[in-house]
Design a protein around this ligand. Structure first.
Ligand code: KG4
Ligand code: ZN
Length: 331
């Protein structure tokens, strides 16, 4: 019935999933390494790579068992081949190569960003190309026009920090631990978003790029004054970040050729306040709005398996076994 095994190991989640060409997620497993990295306040690449090496093979075995699938019956094995922390990417990609070779099935070396970019189509069959995509995660902050599988045009990127990074740094300043995004969102619900004056970097500029370093520094200064409640800082930061994103998206949508939908993906797309601001923007522009469920927004293997399915569907037959893992790999 056309099943692809997906493998994700580019950051701090080890994940494996079986996805059918009819979009069924047949089985999936995900192990986060938050506890291992929390003492350092961020992901330590060496610790991440070792954890992937320990966990991945048994995880794949259990996903195959749960899905009742033999390796040889798979249509392909798809693994993230970059961009990401190179040690972890290599663990996933080399594992996929070994499985593809042993079972004589195609290997799909997937760009992690393509996984995020196509993930909304896994959740929503009706979502057609072209769509405008806001891709916001811990490592990436981009606006793309997704025109087809393998056809991505970038309209904006960040000139310093990614949006997820800004959430994580704000969390660190407020002593909320790691990863910070969900904690900042929780605390923000109890605060006043207008209480702390914070900058909106680049808002109003004609180029649709992002910048969050100045916002983070302003959060640090506001915290150091001791005059503001942490919840007010969290809420004001989140609102400033949302205002920046909405303004930048407006410029990008004005610049690009028409699209049918506005789509958000990546870890920060799990943020409910962000989702509702984007939905309002889409409504105002007469665009459909789509955001994958939060578990498909943060790193996962179902989106990697799905990207493999999408590539199979356009006739890609696989990647060579000597394909390299890439720490940097723009879409
Ligand atoms: O896509 P992802 O899992 O990994 C990368 O490819 O980077 O994104 C992780 C990022 C982290 O920075 C995390 O703090 C952020 O997404 N994040 C959130 C939320 N959930 C995750 N940021 C804001 N609000 C959230 N609810
Ligand atoms: Zn990601």
């Amino acid at each position: 019935m056309g099943v692809v095994l997906g493998i994700e190991s580019s950051c701090d989640e080890t994940a494996a999933a079986l996805v059918g060409h009819d979009r069924t997620i047949i089985a999936q497993a995900i192990a986060s390494q938050d506890d291992a990295h929390a003492p350092y306040g961020g992901v330590v690449p060496e610790i991440a790579a070792r954890a992937h090496a320990e966990r991945l093979a048994p995880m794949i075995e259990s996903v195959l068992r749960e899905g009742g699938m033999e390796l040889a019956a798979l249509d392909a094995v798809a693994a993230t081949a970059g961009p990401g922390l190179i040690g972890g990417v290599m663990v996933g990609l080399v594992t996929a190569k070994a499985l593809a070779m042993a079972a004589d099935i195609p290997l799909m070396a997937i760009n992690h960003l393509e996984g995020h970019a196509l993930s909304p189509r896994l959740a929503e069959p009706a979502l057609e190309f072209p769509y405008a995509l806001l891709l916001v995660s811990g490592g990436h902050c981009q606006i793309l026009r997704v025109e087809g599988v393998g056809r991505y045009r970038r309209f904006a990127t960040t000139i310093d920090d990614a949006l997820g990074e800004a959430f994580d740094k704000t969390a660190k300043i407020l002593g909320l631990g790691f990863p910070g995004g969900p904690a900042v969102e929780r605390l923000a619900r109890e605060g006043d978003a207008a209480a702390v004056p914070l900058p909106r970097p680049l808002v109003g500029s004609g180029e649709p790029h992002f910048s969050f370093a100045g916002l983070k520094s302003a959060v640090l200064r506001a915290h150091e004054t001791g005059r503001h409640a942490d919840a007010d800082i969290a809420a004001s930061f989140q609102q400033a970040a949302i205002d920046c994103v909405v303004d930048r998206l407006r410029i990008a949508l004005d610049t690009m050729e028409p699209v049918s939908a506005l789509v958000v993906a990546g870890g920060v797309a799990a943020n409910a306040a962000m989702r509702s601001a984007l939905e309002a923007l889409a409504n105002a522009r007469g665009l459909a709005f789509s955001a994958p469920p939060p578990r498909l927004c943060t790193d996962n293997a179902a989106m990697i398996a799905w990207a493999g399915q999408e590539r199979l569907a356009i006739g890609v037959t696989g990647d060579p076994l000597d394909i390299a893992a890439r720490p940097r790999w723009p879409l």
